[in-house]
Write a protein of this length. Structure first.
Length: 287
């Protein structure tokens, strides 16, 4: 393994990547907004779109919550616009119209729906009642049936993820509400599991975010260090070995990644709080 790592380091172009690509103002801005292009990535990281969408949603979430509390009609109109956009996307590719510079605001505009549903469910517990939950889940599954069997939509969920359309929105909403509806039963079943499985589940729950982000690096690492890239060797044993190694690397690194991301997040929250406090004090002094 050590020899494999050394050979890869010697043959790789990571040094060139770091010096010539990363130390570039445009590329640094892309990294800062978490939308690095494939040209400046040392390994594929397809799920990075999620972080870009999450950052934008977090930035606008205070405004959305304020609208929800103070101006509900405008809030509903914004949600309807988001749904309408997902409907149009089913027939026409309108993603390019949402590009502003290096930013693509399409996914944030669609995924903000789930964020809004989240704080609506928390603020209005009646939305989680058995009757409402059953009605929402039923309507979502009926819509999915119509999409697949009547409108002949490609049922492959992955095809609708990067450019989220109504099929993706309805499917995700139905799945989320189904889990909310079954939450009590799932927790009862969980408590019946052996203690070892409970501990494993708790570990995965605690480090879900890190595992999601790190698995691409783990695949890249295993392929380069152990040479598991030969398509002629894609047998069952090949798949099992690669899966075990990727899981091992991902799970090994995830606690450290979780710790670092928590520290960074806490510092950002502290700095944001101090900034807001200073702005409030400044406004009070200048009244």
């Amino acid at each position: 393994m050590a020899n494999g790592i050394m050979q890869y380091i010697q043959k790789s172009k990571l040094d060139t990547f770091i010096i010539r690509q990363s130390l570039n103002l445009c590329n640094l801005l892309k990294w800062a907004t978490i939308i690095p292009s494939n040209a400046i990535m040392p390994f594929p990281l397809g799920q990075v779109w999620f972080l870009h969408a999450l950052i934008i949603i977090c930035l606008v979430s205070p405004l959305l919550f304020w609208l929800y509390k103070r101006n509900l009609p405008v809030f509903i109109i914004l949600l309807c616009c988001s749904v309408a956009t997902s409907v149009i996307q089913m027939n026409y590719n309108i993603v390019p119209f949402f590009k502003i510079g290096v930013h693509n605001l399409f996914n944030p505009f669609i995924h903000v729906l789930f964020f809004c549903i989240g704080f609506m469910v928390i603020d209005m517990p009646r939305l989680r009642s058995p009757y409402i939950s059953s009605a929402i889940v039923t309507l979502c599954f009926i819509a999915i049936f119509v999409f697949i069997n009547i409108l002949d939509i490609n049922p492959d969920y992955a095809k609708h993820t990067s450019s989220s359309d109504l099929y993706y929105v309805v499917g995700s909403t139905g799945a989320i509400w189904l889990f909310l509806m079954l939450q009590q039963y799932i927790m009862k079943l969980y408590k019946m599991l052996p203690l070892l499985i409970q501990h494993a589940s708790n570990f995965l729950f605690r480090h879900t975010f890190a595992i999601y982000l790190l698995h691409s690096f783990a695949i890249f690492f295993v392929e380069k260090v152990f040479g598991l890239v030969n398509p002629q060797q894609k047998t069952i044993s090949y798949g099992i070995i690669k899966l075990v190694l990727v899981l091992f690397v991902t799970l090994l690194l995830s606690p450290m990644f979780t710790r670092i991301s928590s520290l960074v997040s806490n510092q950002i929250l502290i700095l944001t709080g101090r900034t807001m406090s200073c702005l409030i004090k400044y406004r009070q002094k200048n009244r």
